[in-house]
Design a protein around this ligand. Structure first.
Ligand code: NAG
Ligand code: NAG
Ligand code: NAG
Ligand code: NAG
Ligand code: NAG
Ligand code: NAG
Ligand code: NAG
Ligand code: NAG
Length: 443
């Protein structure tokens, strides 16, 4: 629709032989939809959430009334697209008090691999905020660093080290527990140290405070935000191997000239639901922050709903209720994302039936009925701009309510690495060309 209007407008302007001054609105219109100049695009994100008590760092880094006092946290992140300069976003979205960041550095990790505590010190750079090494981030807010001339390659690893002299007051801090990547922390300011070797050092597979890395990108570069739950967050994938399904789609996109400038942005969290908080904020409530407020987003998708179905009572009434709520919520999300001309793809919910409900608590015939009804709506309503039928990819041909054996990580809900690879292989990369012009907001 937009495309047609645009072609008509261009034809009209061309045929009217307008002066360069009169032609300006056309240039402005081109720029609004496809910036003619370089711009910031996310190359990595992690969904910020309030850290549950069990996912706070272990004592002594967690104390009554403060977290990470006099602590350096070193974390590695898997970049999607590359570029000559980056910026770092630090989030205090869920902190109850201001977050005083004392010092931050970036470097390449040893061996260009994830989960390293060692950095290549010849690549080390200090990160600043308006020229200052420190910044105070109010509660509920975030900080964007100054641009850093730090060239990164597609699919490479980045090490970010953060020092908090005073820690953060209270025990409410922002993090992303499902990092599938090992982070390290120790006492003292070690942001420039080759390795974290203090006697106090600990490691854990969580990310703290980091919410995005942006990269300075050519005009055609764009971001693709994926809203999801633990299946997208990579539960069942291999720690430090970056084999969540979005990482595996990224690897395919990097081999394809028409998709190699698209950042793949994982905005998923374990246990996340569309309709209610629990493990992380509900998806309806986080769309603004996790999709619309991110840099350079031109595509989006949602692959979520299994935890809404699985945590609703297994009665016909409760399942009817959650079905209706989910459909209304998908439509709300579609409406809000379309407001920005961004297409949104919908993925079908993958199977979770098991031989018994001891091994998979979600597994009941009533919930399977809801899954089938939701998937039917996703496939046939025409509300999503495109459908990614992940259910069809991983379900067993012998019993369509269950995962295929080789795609079952063991809990009958989360796919195995082979299942994640099958999902990635099924992803239709042509969608990115098909929706390069965006969508009309009247949808
Ligand atoms: C951290 O401290 C808080 C407050 O004392 C407590 O509720 C939580 O269980 C602690 N978590 C860890 C991992 O020590
Ligand atoms: C170096 O990276 C490779 C590939 O990512 C990995 O298999 C290997 O374990 C890493 N070596 C070390 C010492 O971390
Ligand atoms: C840098 O920020 C800190 C607070 O975060 C402040 O105390 C200091 O004065 C600032 N320095 C400069 C040069 O602005
Ligand atoms: C954060 O910085 C402010 C301003 O300097 C200071 O008042 C406050 O005590 C600091 N908080 C912590 C936890 O260090
Ligand atoms: C911070 O930790 C380092 C390393 O353990 C220690 O040497 C230093 O004294 C500590 N600083 C403060 C202010 O406690
Ligand atoms: C680097 O630090 C880690 C964590 O303290 C330690 O396990 C490892 O042995 C150190 N490696 C080297 C080469 O010093
Ligand atoms: C499919 O699997 C579910 C869960 O194991 C079971 O309840 C159901 O009877 C199976 N259906 C068929 C047709 O085998
Ligand atoms: C449930 O099914 C699993 C997988 O088949 C099996 O290992 C386990 O023994 C079963 N548990 C019960 C209580 O039947």
């Amino acid at each position: 629709m937009l495309n047609k209007q645009f072609v008509a407008l261009a034809a009209f302007l061309a045929s009217s032989l307008l002066s360069p001054t009169n032609a300006l609105p056309l240039d402005a219109s081109i720029e609004a939809r496809a910036p003619a100049c370089d711009h910031w695009v996310d190359t990595w994100t992690s969904m910020p959430q309030l850290t549950e008590p069990a996912n706070l760092p272990n004592p002594p880094f967690n104390q009554t009334g403060s977290v990470f006092v006099n602590s350096t946290i070193r974390q590695t992140l898997h970049m999607s697209i590359g570029g000559p300069q980056i910026r770092i976003r630090l989030s205090n979205a869920f902190g109850a008090t201001q977050l005083n960041i004392t010092a931050v550095t970036v470097a390449l990790p040893y061996n260009n691999s994830a989960g390293q505590s060692i950095i290549e010190t010849n690549t080390l750079q200090t990160v600043t905020f308006s020229g200052n090494n420190s910044i105070i981030i109010p509660d509920g807010s975030l900080a964007v660093s100054d641009p850093i001339h730090f060239p990164i390659n597609p699919q490479s690893e980045l090490a970010v080290s953060i020092y908090l002299a005073g820690g953060q007051l209270g025990n409410s801090i922002t993090s992303h527990p499902g990092s599938r990547t090992t982070s390290f922390y120790q006492f003292g300011n070690a942001v420039s140290a080759a390795n974290l070797t203090d006697a106090s050092v600990q490691s854990v597979a969580h990310w703290y405070f980091l919410s995005a890395i942006e990269v300075w990108s050519p005009p055609q570069a764009r971001g693709f935000a994926i809203v999801g739950d633990s299946i997208t967050d990579g539960r069942g994938s291999t720690t430090n191997a970056n084999n969540r399904w979005p990482d595996l789609v990224l690897a395919r996109m990097q081999k394809n000239p028409s998709t190699k400038d698209i950042g793949v942005l994982n905005q998923a969290a374990g246990g996340n639901r569309i309709l209610a908080d629990g493990l992380g904020p509900n998806a309806l409530g986080r769309i603004d922050r996790d999709v619309l407020a991110q840099s350079g987003i031109k595509y989006s998708m949602i692959f979520e709903g299994v935890n809404d179905i699985g945590t609703a009572d297994s009665t016909t009434a409760a399942q009817d209720f959650v079905y209706n709520q989910l459909i209304q919520a998908y439509e709300q999300i579609i409406t809000r994302i379309h407001t920005f001309g961004i297409p949104i793809f919908g993925a079908t919910i993958t199977p979770f039936s098991a031989p018994n409900s001891t091994i998979q608590a979600y597994s009941t015939p009533e919930r399977e009925v809801t899954r089938q009804r939701v998937n039917q709506w996703i496939r046939t309503s025409g509300k999503f701009d495109a459908v990614l039928d992940f259910d069809k990819v991983v379900r067993s041909s012998a019993n369509q309510s269950m995962l295929q054996d080789q795609y079952n990580s063991g809990d009958y809900l989360h796919p195995s690495p082979a299942g994640y690879q099958a999902i990635a292989d099924s992803f239709d990369l042509n969608l990115f060309n098909r929706f390069a012009g965006g969508v009309s907001s009247y949808m």
